[in-house]
Design a protein around this ligand. Structure first.
Ligand SMILES: Cc1cc2nc3c(=O)[nH]c(=O)nc-3n(C[C@H](O)[C@H](O)[C@H](O)COP(=O)(O)OP(=O)(O)OC[C@H]3O[C@@H](n4cnc5c(N)ncnc54)[C@H](O)[C@@H]3O)c2cc1C
Length: 395
């Protein structure tokens, strides 16, 4: 009996992962006339519902507009000109417009993913959900291979010019391209995030330092609030019933004359906080982008923005290389990206260290309050935060 092998295909760029990085890379390459195949191990529905980032730097918004993804973003995105920093019973406003002439925009990652999937499918791009057993091989040759089994159980082998590993922190591509050096910091706390069906109680995000732990009031839409609590890394969601979540939020945000509105909690999640950078971001013909190459704690709202900047740079580099035969930008990709990654890594670590409390460490607490006071009273210190937050300072 003859045994049938995998179905063979040919493409220019094989992309692992249909998160923001993989989908946007495919979109940018298609605009430059370069074909790609994207494979994703979750369903389309799962990808479109996974709650994560919500805050876009000005440069991210500009890029999405330029590449035809601005329609819903313009209609539904909420532009913010600053943030509030709360500590020691006071709330201070940092005015980004005034300090840096720049803004940020609230538009959920779920919506960007929906826009990108719709654009990819409308463009007739090869996008496969619910695949299993993804593997990349032959990355040190001119013809790297992407292998996967589709949702119907059929095995495929795609011959590529280049493979892009956009498969997040737990993906397979970073394993296929072992790092020469890794820098990592695991923090002793997590973020308990809730999505609540209640109008936000604030016009801009509130970052609240509190002796019991950090709290963040973020916004998803005029009807939906996103709220976070610092909790010990050892906690489990079952320890945080809704009434305990609201009580802790009320306590940490408390301010005379201001009320935190409560509503039904639709979703709850725990995110461990971690900083992680690996080098290099490339091995042979396998390039890593987004969370596959680096992780920042969400305090600086940088992860999604970094992923977008990685693939913007990678798309240009691959267009020059595969389109015009010039490999210089592709060769520079890893080093150029790392400079920007380290800027975001420092800012995210700094915001995390300034705002999250360590039980029993009064020395640390006093340093944090001093830093917060300086950030809200010195124009130079406030501008440094604003430049990093809006992305004006991106290397
Ligand atoms: C609670 C929270 C809040 C955040 N807030 C912000 C914020 O405000 N601003 C900001 O900029 N960032 C924020 N981030 C970070 C941001 O969400 C991530 O940095 C972003 O998702 C990175 O995109 P990515 O495409 O690189 O990776 P991912 O979004 O992780 O996508 C990777 C994809 O690859 C798929 N995959 C994995 N393994 C395989 C495989 N073997 N085969 C096929 N597919 C595979 C995964 O299913 C996934 O769909 C936040 C993150 C969290 C958790």
């Amino acid at each position: 009996m003859a045994l049938s092998g995998p179905v063979s295909h040919r493409t220019r760029v094989g992309i692992v992962g249909a998160g923001p990085a993989g989908l946007l890379l495919s979109h940018l390459l298609a605009r430059a006339g370069i074909e790609s195949v994207v494979v994703e191990n979750h369903s389309r529905e799962y990808c479109e519902k996974r709650q994560r980032a919500g805050l876009l730097e000005h440069g991210t918004v500009e890029l999405l507009r330029e590449v035809g993804l601005g329609a819903r973003l313009e209609a539904e995105g909420i532009e913010h000109g600053g943030i509030y920093l709360q500590f020691a019973g006071e709330r201070h406003h940092l005015d980004f417009r005034e300090l840096t002439d720049s803004t940020v925009t609230i538009y959920a990652q779920t919506e960007i993913v929906k826009d990108l999937i719709a654009a990819r499918l409308a463009g007739g791009q090869h996008l496969e959900f619910s695949v299993t057993d993804t593997a990349v091989t032959d990355i040190d040759t001119d013809r790297p291979l992407l292998h996967y089994t589709d949702s119907g159980g059929v095995r495929h082998e795609v011959t590529c010019d280049v493979i892009a590993g956009c498969d997040g922190f737990h993906g397979i591509c970073s394993v296929a391209a072992p790092a020469e050096q890794v820098w990592e910091r695991v923090y002793p706390f997590s973020w308990l995030g809730v999505l609540a069906d209640v109008a936000p109680s604030t016009d801009e995000l509130i970052y609240a330092h509190h002796v019991d732990g950090f709290a963040l009031h973020s916004i998803r839409s005029p009807e939906v609030s996103r709220l976070y609590l610092q909790v010990p890394a050892t906690d489990e969601i079952s320890q945080w019933p809704d009434d305990r979540v609201w009580a802790a939020l009320q306590h940490r945000f408390a301010l005379p004359g201001w009320t935190l509105q409560e509503g039904p909690i639709r979703e709850k999640s725990l995110t461990p906080l971690r900083s992680y950078v690996r080098s290099p971001m490339r091995r042979g013909r396998l390039f890593l982008a987004g969370d596959a190459a680096h992780i920042v704690p969400p305090t600086g709202a940088k992860g999604l923005n970094l992923a977008v900047r990685d693939v913007a740079r990678l798309a240009t580099a691959l267009t020059e290389w595969l389109g015009q035969g010039d490999p210089r930008l592709a060769d520079a990709y890893a080093d150029d990206s790392l400079r920007r990654v380290w800027r975001a890594t420092h800012f995210s670590w700094w915001m995390t260290s300034m705002l999250h409390t360590v039980p029993g460490d009064d020395f640390n607490l006093a340093l944090q309050l001093s830093q917060l006071r300086q950030t809200t009273t010195s124009r130079a210190a406030a501008t440094t935060l604003a430049e990093n937050y809006t992305g004006v300072a991106a290397a």
